[in-house]
Ligand binder design. Sequence first.
Ligand code: SAM
Length: 344
Amino acid sequence: MIIPLIDKLRQEHRLSTEEYKALLLCQDADTLKYLQEQAREVSLEQFGNRVFIRGLIEITNHCHNNCYYCGIRKGNQSVLRYELTREDILECCREGYTLGFRTFVLQGGETSSVKDDFILETVTAIHREFPDCAITLSLGEKSRKTYEHFFRAGANRYLLRHETHNEEHYHHLHPDKMSIRQRLQCLAWLKEIGYQTGTGIMVGSPGQNTDHLVEDLLFIEQFHPEMIGIGPFIPHHDTPFAACPPGSMEMTLKLLSIFRLMHPKVLLPSTTALATLAPDGRERGILAGANVVMPNLSPPEQRNKYSLYDNKASLGAEAAEGLQQLEEKLTAIGYRISKERGDY
Ligand code: SAM
């Protein structure tokens, strides 16, 4: 009785609350295999066997937020903090460009030590030197004016996971001064300004239940993001959630497939967290409907300081310099790297 729901989702791109819940609760292996096959077919229809690559540059691990799940939270005194200079960032872009990357993703903690003017001038410099490349920012919550300035300087895309749409659950994951309302306001601004906007969640974050996930599905269904970033929660030993279990591979794959059926054209990364959870996680994400991977282009000597969770993968096929290895892994499952910009 779940198969007709999967067919309906593929045709109509939406389900009712109860139908989403039934799909999320389904554990039957054959049905889940069917879900993945449908999502894979849609992804192949839309993108062929191409997987877009994005070069991820982690510009700083300073952060004034204290999210309970995150290894670079302000309260973690054991992290060696760093911030890249503009020249460091441009050097990463140059290396990435030579390797074939045409999208650079600047991600970082939220900090006043890396000033908005610095970001603005950095985006301007990247745009000037690489006019054919897309610039994605993932720098958290800013004012509408700041988002506008970044956009005018040449940023095209912005990733801001809402993490969980449920207010109570949001407070379980974040200190009181952070609010889901502000997060959603930021997402609305980003869309209005014209960014290709990405949102998403951590799968299996502490306290998450099926009703929360249904709420997330309904939000994402109506928000219609151009990108959806989802990956499993993975504990970090220096956080309040150190002892919590990680999110599951199965639920992450299930959600990737649901999002592909819901939004056929969406840019859907198979995330580093999925590749950290299992050695074949990245490939399993692609086979479940994902069509983007984001190899790490940060300076290798800084990578282990951007420790959001334990054992975060940043070598081999997760590293920009490991593109050949990534290509081989994708070839083995019938896919290939696309060096196009891959806009929505
Ligand atoms: N500060 C920006 C923001 O909040 O959007 C960008 C950086 S933040 C570290 C990027 C993402 O990392 C978050 O949206 C969160 O979903 C993910 N993340 C943080 N800690 C994690 C953990 N323990 N397991 C899995 N993902 C995690």
